[in-house]
Design a protein around this ligand. Structure first.
Ligand code: ADP
Ligand code: MG
Length: 302
């Protein structure tokens, strides 16, 4: 198997906080790799170590079989959790300035700027100060900065956190295009579980440790379930029959939420209780369920 990045037995503590406490994983070339976890899980610490900004206490990080820092800085682009460009400079000034740190040929810098400008649609605001842009325009500019040196691996630390839904979609469109067009390997962290559905591989981290990893489909298979939500006409009778059948359910207001493993079982329940069903809804298991079941957070789901 062709892995672009391998992390082996990585540790990092800040005094007595074990931010990263012995994690190992591999990222396939050309894949979308999602690193999920709640606040404080150790995501940014891991990213900062991979990008060589932070020293590790122990462990190995291997990029294309290599381990030297200079090589990492050449091959990796990073979109940081917080924007890093200069508020007072325009989009173009910011990117040309950053670009000249990566490429030492003025013509090449301008050529690359033009490419990124058209790819990320920066035209309408290229002469505005970065500080005056909307959240989405800022993110697009930050992505352009990260892509300037044509990285093989793009690390994005919570690229969509705090953005409105429309802007989140814009960022996702860019991510999709980068994968399809350039076959770029993308490593992103997020705490929006549903964003991980399209990933090739998902790692869930909590308190510095990997809890589970796998494809979204495999994780959903194992840690989520479909549900049937029924509002009966006669609650008492309905509850009594569920109990008689030994069916596991949860009552929320006038709704009965029943875990269902097979579609056939859904049809059977609907058939059996048809006369007593006022309304119903079938709900597919989600990545949110996976997260709740793995991390143990409760937010009203069964
Ligand atoms: P995440 O990005 O998943 O939210 P972080 O990697 O930022 O998590 O943080 C992991 C843990 O390390 C948290 O408990 C956080 O408070 C702690 N931490 C992070 N950076 C520092 C630092 N520079 N000094 C002390 N503690 C830190
Ligand atoms: Mg973070």
């Amino acid at each position: 198997m062709d892995y672009i990045l391998e992390v082996k037995d990585l540790y990092k503590s800040y005094k007595d906080i074990k931010a990263v406490n012995g994690i190992s994983f591999s990222v396939k070339r050309g894949s979308l790799f999602a690193f999920l976890g709640p606040n404080g899980a150790g995501k940014s610490t891991t990213i900062n170590i991979i990008t060589t900004l932070l020293d590790r206490d122990k462990g190995e990080v291997i990029l294309n079989g290599k381990t030297n820092d200079t090589y990492f800085r050449e091959k990796i682009g990073v979109v940081f959790q917080d924007n890093v460009l200069d508020d007072l400079l325009t989009v173009k000034q910011n990117l040309i300035l950053r670009g000249s740190l990566y490429l030492n040929n003025k013509a090449a810098v301008h050529k690359r700027y033009e490419e990124l400008k058209s790819f990320l649609n920066l035209e309408e605001f290229e002469h505005q100060p970065f500080g005056k842009l909307s959240g989405g325009q800022k993110r697009r500019t930050e992505i352009a900065r990260a892509l300037f040196a044509n990285p093989e691996l793009l690390l994005m630390d919570e690229p969509t956190t705090g953005l409105d839904p429309e802007t989140r979609q814009t960022v996702w469109k860019v991510i999709d295009e980068l994968r399809k067009r350039d076959g770029l390997t993308i490593f992103l962290t997020t705490h929006y579980m549903e964003e991980a559905v399209g990933a090739d591989h998902v790692v869930i981290i909590d308190k510095g440790l990997i809890k589970v990893q796998g494809t979204p489909a495999a994780l959903k298979d194992q840690y989520s379930h479909d549900r049937l939500v029924i509002v009966p006409h006669d609650k008492k009778a309905f509850e009594a029959s569920l109990q008689k059948e030994n069916i596991v359910y949860k009552k929320i207001a006038d709704q009965f939420v029943i875990k269902v493993d097979e579609t056939d079982e859904m049809f059977r329940l609907l058939d059996t209780y048809r006369k007593n069903i006022k309304s119903f809804e079938a709900i597919k298991g989600t990545m949110d369920d996976v997260f709740i079941n793995v991390i143990g957070e409760v937010n009203g789901n069964v």
